[in-house]
Design a protein around this ligand. Structure first.
Ligand SMILES: Nc1nc2c(ncn2[C@@H]2O[C@H](COP(=O)(O)OP(=O)(O)OP(=O)(O)O)[C@@H](O)[C@H]2O)c(=O)[nH]1
Ligand SMILES: [Mg+2]
Length: 190
């Protein structure tokens, strides 16, 4: 799929979120899980800033795709070098966004395929279930697992999250890119 993309803004306060009411697809997960790189892989360009050191994204970044909907790159949680107050502030911003934002259509929860979901991942799951909002789970960095390890991980993840929600991904090899696009578009066009 050919896409055009424009960085619209990065915000730290919910009153600065865009007001044009286009649908939003949000990417959420631990710091360093690969949110920004997966967004770049989906969009086929290097628009979201990525980095080897965690804590790269500390704002809510809005990318307008095909002038039609937004990809929203949320700050990563669990970045221990931030002050407790700043971490708390980011958590509140993320949770407020996920629970209350009206134009927010779909959440992609990213979980590193080599680790179990973190406690905040499970809190996001509970919050979205509570708000009756749809979500998918992208297992990231699957290039790091052997085929057998990946099969085992998929069985385990499907049992936890629901089989129709889990997509094995690698921003490095492109694994999962088409499946993720298909799921995103079917939700947006539903
Ligand atoms: N091998 C491999 N490395 C990846 C993949 N995706 C991301 N990475 C690496 O993981 C690191 C973190 O990626 P980011 O996309 O910046 O992570 P993030 O979730 O946006 O991190 P924050 O902005 O801190 O929340 C970078 O060094 C990436 O190159 C992947 O699919 N495979
Ligand atoms: Mg990032």
């Amino acid at each position: 799929m050919r896409v055009s993309v424009e960085f619209v803004k990065g915000v730290v306060k919910d009153e600065d979120f865009p007001t044009d009411r286009r649908y939003e697809v949000a990417f959420v997960g631990r710091s360093n899980v690969g949110k920004s790189r997966l967004i770049n892989s989906l969009l086929g360009c290097k628009i979201a800033r990525t980095g080897a050191t965690p804590g790269r994204t500390q704002q809510v970044n809005f990318f307008l795709v095909n002038d039609a909907f937004y990809f929203v790159d949320l700050p990563g949680y669990g970045y221990s070098k931030l002050s407790k107050a700043k971490q708390q502030q980011l958590h509140e911003l993320i949770e407020k966004y996920l629970a209350r934002r009206k134009s927010h259509m779909l959440t992609i929860i990213l979980v590193d395929c080599r680790h179990p979901p973190s406690e905040p991942d499970l809190r996001v799951k509970a919050l979205l279930e509570e708000a009756a909002k749809p979500f998918l789970v992208a297992l990231t960095k699957c290039d790091k697992l052997s085929n057998n390890e990946l099969k085992r991980k998929l069985v385990e993840s499907c049992a936890l999250w629901g089989a129709d929600r889990v997509i094995a991904c690698s921003a490095m090899t492109g694994l999962g890119r088409n499946a993720l696009w298909k799921a995103i578009l079917s939700q947006i066009n539903a």
